[in-house]
Unconditional design. Structure first.
Length: 317
């Protein structure tokens, strides 16, 4: 008798971003695994794996985006189903990590929800996490399992490099985003500038100062998330006041909460470039919006994890 030791690679998806899961599976030359992820009559989530996962390496594609709690529970229940069905490894692929902005206590009696999510994922049976552009990089340390943190900068840099913009300057919307801006600037061989802002209340941004020179130059603002777009729009106005020629914006995660689409449409921003870590419904699509796919990047990461190869080598330049 010959023992078959080769493990299987299986892709499963919840309801958060099935189009991305299908695109990743196609890149890998396979299809999304058969699984039912729906609701019981009382609203509870029902998951049924309709193929064997015994001994397999299961990759669960599920950004925890809006509706964030439903997306999270689907992921946790899928992981539990895989664990109880004897999957060898369970990798949660979260292109967008919900609750990432709740990564520390800023006031008394406040939770650290990003850490709670990490605990829940581990308890559910997840053995590895793949995510992109965490709002706070230290969230990786909330896990006691391997975390592959993929940057969106290479995808965004490739797009802007193809535009051949002259006199380019990359702008960080705040002091905390300088590292990300520097990474994009290095790839585009551009200078950087920094907007100094403060938030008097959640969702409200005030631009205080500009560090660097943007006069007569094409500016690209880069951030990890565009939520209500208040910071981007106010930042673009500040750059225009300081003499910027044209203003572009880019980010990895298009949360696009109301009134983001209206604000961006009516803003001086020439183009807003995002990725499909979060699905964008038709009603949120507008002329200035350009969506890039992260499927090839996530597909390559999955291949390397499956083959026990280095994921970080993907980003060697």
């Amino acid at each position: 008798m010959i023992l078959e030791d080769e493990k299987k690679l299986l892709i499963f998806s919840g309801n958060a971003n099935p189009a991305l899961a299908t695109e990743i599976a196609a890149y890998l030359g396979t299809t999304v695994g058969n699984a039912f992820v729906g609701r019981f009559n009382n609203g509870e989530i029902q998951v049924m794996l309709e193929e064997s996962v015994r001994g397999a390496h299961a990759f669960l594609i599920q950004p925890t985006c809006n509706p964030v709690n439903d997306s999270l529970m689907e992921l946790l229940i899928m992981a539990d189903a895989c664990r109880r069905a004897s999957a060898r490894n369970i990798t949660a692929v979260l292109p967008y990590y919900g609750y990432a902005r709740q990564d520390r206590k800023t006031r008394g009696r406040e939770p650290i929800t990003a850490k709670l999510i990490a605990n829940l994922l581990i308890t559910s049976g997840v053995t590895r996490v793949v995510t992109m552009d965490l709002h706070a990089g230290q969230i990786q340390g909330f896990f006691d399992i391997p975390v592959d943190h993929l940057p969106g900068v290479p995808i965004l840099a490739e797009y802007f490099a193809a535009k051949h913009l002259e006199d380019l300057v990359v702008v960080s919307p705040d002091l905390g985003g300088v590292t990300r801006a520097r990474q994009l600037a290095d790839r585009l061989h551009a200078d950087i500038a920094i907007l100094d802002k403060r938030r008097p209340m959640p969702g409200v941004a005030e631009i205080m100062n500009l560090i660097g020179c943007v006069e007569g130059r094409n500016a690209v603002i880069i951030d990890d998330i565009v939520d209500t777009a208040g910071s981007l729009v106010e930042g673009a106005k500040a750059l225009q006041r300081h003499g910027a020629k044209e203003v572009y914006a880019c980010c990895t995660h298009p949360v696009l909460s109301a009134p983001a689409c209206e604000r961006l449409t009516n803003s001086i921003i020439k183009e807003i470039v995002v990725t499909n870590t979060i699905p964008i419904p038709p009603e949120k699509c507008f002329e200035k919006l350009k969506v890039l796919s992260v499927a090839p990047l996530l597909g390559e990461a999955i291949i390397r994890i499956y083959d026990d190869l280095s994921v970080s080598r993907l980003f060697d330049t």
